[in-house]
Write a protein that binds this ligand. Sequence first.
Ligand SMILES: [Fe+2]
Length: 646
Amino acid sequence: MKNTLKILILTLSFSWGCTQNTQRNERVEYTTDPFPGEAGKTLDSHTRWDMWDKPAEGFLGEFVRVPRDEVVGFALYTHQNGKLKITAQLYPLKPEESREVRLEMKKNDQWEQVQKVDVVYPGWSAHFEIEDWDDSNDVPYRVLHGQEASFEGLIRKNPKDKKEIVVASLSCNSNQNRENRNAIVSKLKEQNPDLLFFAGDQSYDHKEHTAGWLLWGKQFKEVIRDRPVVTIPDDHDVGQGNVWGESGKKADSPAGDTGGYFYPAEYVNMVQRCQTSHLPDPADPTTVDQGITVYYTSLNVGGVDFAIVEDRKFKSGPAGKIPQMGPRPDHITEEGYDPAKVDLPSLTLLGDRQLNFLNEWGQDWTDTEMKAVLSQTAFCGAVHFHGSMDNRLLADLDCNGWPQTGRDNALKAMRRAFATHLCGDQHLSVVVKHGIDEFRDGPFAFTNPAIVNTYYGRWWWPKDEKAGAGAPINTELPWTGDYLDGLYNKITMYAYANPDFSTVKAMRDTLKRSEVNLGDGYGLIRFNKESREVTFEAWPRFADLSQGDAGQYPGWPIKFNMEENDGRKPVGYLPTLQFNKTNPVVQVISEETGEVLYTVRVQGESFQPPVYAQGKYTVNVGENKPDGWSKKQVTFGEDQIMEVSL
Ligand SMILES: [Fe+2]
């Protein structure tokens, strides 16, 4: 069986340059009703196959009717472990036009066709998968349709030789301004990140994802064409104000607060197909209710391993499950409430299977020096005003601060791998250090600014306008330090980028003026593999890069060592481990609780493992996973040495 597999892979590996035909019907057939049911009738109305018989309506209706040499809108890719996945996004094709989309690679200055596939409808996406990809060289690619349309870019080599891996983090692409995003794109081209992460709300055109997605691609194509991109859809991308996915159940309203998805599964799956098909294969492709697909996975870029997490899909909806303590089931305003009333054992955040994935991912350090977790939203509610500065809420349950036990479990999984968290969604950029049992004992997290912050405003504004407790943060910003969020989660605020306005309307009125501060822009995160230092940068939309760090939001950049993502205070150390190989992976497990304390690739030839309580520990060591050496019943031994032979 193994031999057969090998032969198949070898055959595929030599198929470069040959045409891999896909079965294709001669007669073009489109589904008349791609989204069943009443709620599906009006979805994607600007991009239906029969749109050509109807007049164009509004901006999006006009926008999607492009000259035929522009029908290949953009393409997204990632590659990992020899598999290259590319999604090409097409504008709506006319019924008489070919559905065939071709992929070519440039080799020895010659374009060679590598694969051709049919466009998928609904959604007008085309999905290429190339096996046995050699990631050691930059390779130009282009996606073609018909005789005229082409989109060209560059498959970058794996940047594993770079000392520093740079990630740009973006989200919340307000549809109040449909113009270009050149103010951001030009800076990104200069900063040249190795990976782009779009955390969600790429489109706010709830019922018109395909048109909104095409617009997003047009806005960012000059920077997405030549580097790997992670896009994950958030609530607005699937047409809802909020999503508590509850493993794919059917929601009873677009508010979705009883849990689930309101629009047909076919629409949700189309959104996920367009936005996530180019990611590495799902860790576990088992669908959830209604056949809704699942994409959580991981992507290693140059030695930084990113877990890509779906923090909405499995989460419980609040309505009917917890007591309402505010104007809406998801908004809490009742001061002094008992947080245990909303943190019930029956409630889910990441879901067991995804939490298991995260814990397993944390133990695998193959080709990995540092780790980070990418997800839609923040594991706290680091916000006071929502929508306008006269709407102070204690808590908004549309964040991963709730349910609190799920939040703690997710943060513990990150801490076990010294992982940094990156997210979007909030429209208020902050850096917090999470507290799980104690303040500052958890990982650092960076919520990026909104791309254009005119959809929904948020502000960090403690009621007493005072600094938080604990050791002072070295910053010019006044309201930093230890706080409880409205769910009584422990957070330490390091930096926040409030807009200089008190209403979204005022922000919309000034959105094109470069001299005003809307708190929008993007994040840039630097992972230094040598020093293990992480740097968070927050760049205003209209920032001037020539000003250097002074061009960033006040309070940024923020630097910390990856080890600080585990902020627990050691009560002692196990014996010093002396390795016969450099930089192995070390894991410490408590024998009392069975809990993995941490799994990390250490630097050098020795390491003294810290522990946080008296007791007996199992120590595992290995080259990529902690599977090469094991010792049980290890206890404190400050002066002892243990030889580890791998
Ligand atoms: Fe958003």
